[in-house]
Design a protein around this ligand. Sequence first.
Ligand code: TXA
Ligand code: MG
Length: 310
Amino acid sequence: MKFNQSNIKKAKKYLDKNKCVAVPTETVYGLAGNARSSIAVKKIFSLKNRPKTNPLIVHYSSLLKLKKDCVLNDNFFKLYKKFCPGPITFILKLKKNSKISKIVTNRGKTLAIRFPKHKILNKLLNRLDYPLAAPSANISSRLSSVKKTDVEEEFGNKVAYILDGGKSKIGIESTIISLINIPKILRLGGLEVDKIEKILDQKIKIDINPQKKLAPGQSKIHYSPGIPLRVNVTKPKKNEAFVLVKKRKTISRHYYYLSKKNKLNEAAKNLYSCLRKIKNNGYKSIAVEKISNLGIGKSINDRLKRASKF
Ligand code: TXA
Ligand code: MG
């Protein structure tokens, strides 16, 4: 996807006026607003119908800008060097004099931040005087958007502008790691946990279903296509859409392949758009075959399990 200066200018114009703009990232599209403006941030919550207790991720394009808002530690620097920009979100201590709107964090003392890897978004971020608060561009608890038309489907014409950046390359949200005390994974996502463990040289606790909820990505019902979904299915019911990764010998119009070559990365990339397509094709329920729980397969299975709680 080539970028277009005039589109970036347009996005900036709306954001400078405290409007919400949908932006592309390598994981999923975000619904962005000026993170320092309570007016803009309130709009994000209201458009998404998001509970105000669910804090937002703030997106940066430079370490220098981040330093104004967060206390950085050794673990952060190690992971930053290796993986940023990329599909990892850090929970860090918020500085007292940070200008981030208190609504972003629901008055909390920590901030979720990330450095997205997307050429067009980074061009935009570099031009702005403020970082962007951006949750995934979908109505709360629904499927995230991975392309412009998904955002349109979610919000109609309620979003001031959609900055088109093509289809998101990774297709599922960032991995969230808290670096407040000992490192802890709060959401499985686009970056595999074993890669993080290698860099920090330690086994990391995975806390994605805690009693006391920190991240609604942790909430049991989430990422829902809006129709019932079953996982680990060997035989679909009549008229049920069947989502597959591995190639079958039989052919059926109800089969929906996530990958052409049995590749998990490709499956992650196509997951949300495939579920959206099935819903839009009028199916009443979805069956998904068992998907390997290796690498990014873990994140795919996490999303499917939550989607199946509908
Ligand atoms: O890939 C992504 O992370 C995408 C793109 C747009 O960057 N964003 C995204 O945002 O997935 P959202 O709002 O859909 O999910 C952010 C998650 C939520 O589950 C929220 O609860 C959690 O991050 N979160 C935000 N601030 C937090 C904090 N201070 N402590 C713990 N969890 C936090
Ligand atoms: Mg989300």
